[in-house]
Design a protein around this ligand. Structure first.
Ligand SMILES: C[S@@+](CC[C@H](N)C(=O)[O-])C[C@H]1O[C@@H](n2cnc3c(N)ncnc32)[C@H](O)[C@@H]1O
Ligand code: SF4
Length: 370
């Protein structure tokens, strides 16, 4: 990404943020989304205990041609923008590199979130040609057994580490390699060692995410379709893995804030780490006065449905990209109604803990990130 692109991205981000705040506060006017993400498939090669993707099986997904059309439409609507591709596991799609190549051709700044198990030397070489903005890799433990407990697959810690090494070997040094880690009972003592490992390996940083309730974070199938999930068992595992000792959470978050002030590679803003602390003490806490999801998120799920809130149980899709353009969907009556409902939503939602960030926090994060 050259300097001019960075300036263009920063100024369009500022403008979009201000218009989003206006729409959020007044309920009037219009804005464009700033968090565009694309789930390119339902399936995954992992069995993370907190995720629904391992249960999806084969079902409808957008084709390469669909993605090429949608990316072109997004580019002409949003101008300079950044988007993130994920899944399921995106590298399970044979044409994933072709999707990314089309995004690059259009000048879209792309990021990926992956479990890294499929980033072989060949794939890393392909990725090196794509000028990616960032690759986010989910790592939940510094010990193989901890990561593999969470991810449900033996042998995958070494594969993920090999994937990271391949990216470092072949991709340009300005491509961000961001580690995404969920805090849970089993790994709470490994979070600081993960930060130190990131520093030693020269990776960009870590984003820490609390363990959230899966039906909120994973898209649910369309009405009439069910997932073969044993919910009772699932809720038991989820509860067992939630951190119990609140003192440990307080100490961890305080230490992370102090380390960040000393320059440690931690990408959560201090305000967001304070929210994590508050949340564990009071899980029904209201995080933001008005939720920003409706004005900032444009989340495309594999069949082309578009959501604004990640809670696809509570809020229906606002449209489908097979039958309408991104702009038509975002400005539709259904989107307006959903935006109004989300603005009033009173659920606790840690996924958007950054919702409480000030403009200054966002600007600092953005400047550091580019
Ligand atoms: C759904 S995954 C898809 C991309 C890829 N398969 C991966 O694991 O990175 C995207 C991110 O959501 C996180 N995630 C999934 N379910 C979660 C949950 N219940 N609570 C917190 N984070 C979750 C994963 O750890 C990962 O960082
Ligand atoms: S979190 Fe990612 S790696 Fe784990 S099952 Fe879900 S999609 Fe797969």
């Amino acid at each position: 990404m050259n300097k001019i692109d960075k300036i263009k991205l920063a100024s369009s981000y500022l403008f979009v943020h201000l218009s989003q705040q206006w729409v959020l506060m007044s309920g009037l006017g219009s804005c464009k989304p700033s968090l565009v993400c694309a789930l390119v498939n339902w399936q995954c090669n992992f069995k993370c205990y907190f995720c629904f993707h391992p249960y999806y099986g084969k079902r409808e997904i957008l084709s390469l041609e669909d993605w090429q059309r949608i990316l072109s439409q997004l580019r002409s609507w949003l101008g300079t923008f950044r988007m993130n591709f994920l899944g399921g596991e995106p590298f399970l799609r044979n044409d994933f590199i072709d999707i990314l190549a089309h995004a690059r051709k259009l000048g879209i700044m792309s990021g990926i979130t992956t479990n890294a198990s499929l980033i072989t030397e060949e794939i890393a070489k392909e990725l090196s040609k794509l000028d990616l903005f960032s690759v986010g890799i989910s790592i939940d433990g510094i010990k193989a057994e901890t990561h593999e407990y969470a991810r449900g697959c033996p042998g995958m810690f070494d594969k993920a580490m090999a994937g990271i090494a391949n990216l470092k070997k072949y991709c340009k040094p300005d491509m961000k390699i961001v580690i995404r880690t969920i805090i849970m009972e089993k790994n709470i003592d490994e979070i600081i060692p993960i930060v130190n490992w990131i520093k030693d390996w020269g990776l960009t940083g870590v984003i820490i995410q609390p363990l959230d309730y899966a039906p909120i974070l994973n898209p649910v199938p369309p009405p009439g379709e069910t997932l073969p999930v044993d919910f009772e068992k699932w809720i038991k595992t989820y509860s067992e893995n939630q951190v119990k000792d609140l003192n440990k959470i307080d100490i961890l978050c305080d230490e992370l804030i102090a380390m960040k002030k000393e320059g440690a590679p931690i990408l959560n803003e201090p305000g967001a780490l304070e929210i994590i602390k508050e949340y564990f003490h009071n899980p029904t806490i209201r995080i933001a006065q008005k939720c920003q999801a409706g004005v900032q998120n444009f989340m495309i799920v594999p069949n082309g449905d578009v959501h604004t809130c990640v809670n696809t149980v509570a809020f229906e899709p606002i449209g489908n990209l097979k039958t309408a353009s991104p702009k038509e969907i975002w400005t539709s009556e259904k989107a307006k109604k959903t935006r109004e409902d989300i603005r009033k939503c009173e659920r606790t939602c840690l996924f958007f803990s950054h919702a409480k960030r000030s403009l200054i926090d966002k600007a600092k994060m953005f400047i550091r990130y580019i």
